[in-house]
Design a protein around this ligand. Structure first.
Ligand code: NAD
Ligand code: ZN
Ligand code: ZN
Length: 346
């Protein structure tokens, strides 16, 4: 079969490899679509020490069950399925209390849990194998556009669920970065809250898309946007900021507009930082602000986002590329030419 391998820093290549052989608890899935995440670009730009060269890329995968391991009883050949992006053990203490994204067996204090496309072969291929427990049946959800739900749907859902107590009818939430994750975050917020939603991006087309996806107000990123948000809130700030970029400018933005006792969720990985000093004066953050470095999500988050898609309250905006043209898709993502999510189709 054809598979897209990460072969070295900045280098991907389609290779001919054997179809995976499955164990008793696994299923083989014929891939229909594999989402291309901005994290795949971060991975592509890791240095020579990156431990996962040789892996098939892709942590967002949807397809049909092709064959079942001998112990698998809850799927049938042909079922449309979504492969999880977080391959947790399901049994450790974090997993048993619903924190599978912090699994202590398949992940560690410094490493997120096992992920297809990073530590194991992923979905940018004709077939992928996965443990049956890491697969969800898609039911009413369209398999052709489902792949991004494994991460671009899951991760915003997790971040939003973690701030739900702050999303009151008169709250304001700022969403920064309206790409693959951000455009779904807007729709989840619209479908599950009545709060006021402000979308921020550097790209006018993304801001136009943000309005279609539920934003009440759109702002071009920059210091004017900070001033606007503060002026509109009597200089007090907003309840929640979701940062799907994580650059220095967006973290400055988030800390610059969040209100006391508000929350910041930093999802993007663009290398920004902020100083934290436990001091009475000169602190960047207002008192009481809760900041989380948000990772992936849990099966409960996945189920909630799948339900919203099945009810057509969330729709993924996709652009399809043949798997053979993966390099073009990566180049287009890097150049900011993809609106919504790119899906590679084998
Ligand atoms: P994307 O490329 O689809 O979208 C990024 C968006 O951010 C684009 O609309 C772009 O115009 C906008 N943007 C870029 N720079 C900006 C700036 N300075 N100010 C405002 N907007 C800006 O990316 P994506 O796939 O949605 O991923 C977003 C980020 O989240 C990436 O860093 C990715 O690696 C990360 N990510 C993290 C997790 C996690 O679990 N923490 C999971 C998935 C993705
Ligand atoms: Zn991702
Ligand atoms: Zn676990």
């Amino acid at each position: 079969m054809k598979a897209l391998k990460l072969i070295g820093p900045g280098k991907i290549q389609i290779q001919e490899v054997p179809v995976p052989e499955i164990g008793p608890d696994e299923v083989l899935i014929k891939v229909v679509g594999a989402g291309l995440c901005h994290s795949d670009l971060h991975i592509l730009h890791q240095g020579q020490d990156w431990p996962f060269f040789g892996t098939t890329m892709g942590h967002e995968t949807a397809g049909h069950i092709e064959s079942l391991g001998t112990h698998v009883t809850d799927f049938a050949v042909g079922d449309p399925v979504l492969v999880h992006a977080v391959w947790a053990c399901g049994q450790c203490r974090p997993c048993s209390v619903g924190r599978e994204n912090a699994c202590s067996v398949n992940g560690s204090r410094n490493q997120f849990p096992l992920t297809p496309g990073i530590g194991a072969d992923g979905g940018m291929a004709e077939y992928i194998k996965a443990r049956a427990k890491h697969v969800d049946r898609l039911g009413a959800v369209d398999v052709v556009t489902a792949a991004p739900l494994a991460d671009a749907g899951l991760t915003p859902m997790h971040a939003i669920r973690s701030v739900r107590d702050l999303l009151l009818d008169d709250s304001t939430v700022v969403v920064i970065g309206i790409g693959g994750l951000g455009h779904i975050a807007l729709q989840i917020l619209r479908a599950t809250s009545r709060c006021r939603i402000i979308a921020v991006d550097i790209d006018e087309a993304r801001l136009a898309a943000a309005r279609r996806n539920g934003a009440d107000q759109v702002l071009h990123a920059g210091s004017d946007a900070v001033r606007t948000i503060l002026a509109e809130s009597d200089n007090y700030g907003v309840d929640v900021v979701l940062d799907f970029v994580g650059a220095q400018s967006t973290i400055d933005f988030a800390t610059g507009v969040v209100a006391p006792e508000g929350a910041i969720r930093i999802v993007g990985l663009a290398g920004g930082s902020f100083p934290f000093n436990a001091s009475l004066e000169g602190e960047v953050l207002p008192w009481g602000v809760n900041v989380q470095r948000s990772y992936g999500g849990t099966p409960a988050d996945q189920a909630e986002v799948l339900a919203l898609v099945a009810e057509q309250r969330v729709n993924v905006d996709v652009v399809k590329y043949p798997l053979a043209e993966a390099q073009r898709a990566f180049d287009d993502l890097e150049a900011g030419r993809i609106s919504g999510r790119a899906i590679l189709v084998p």
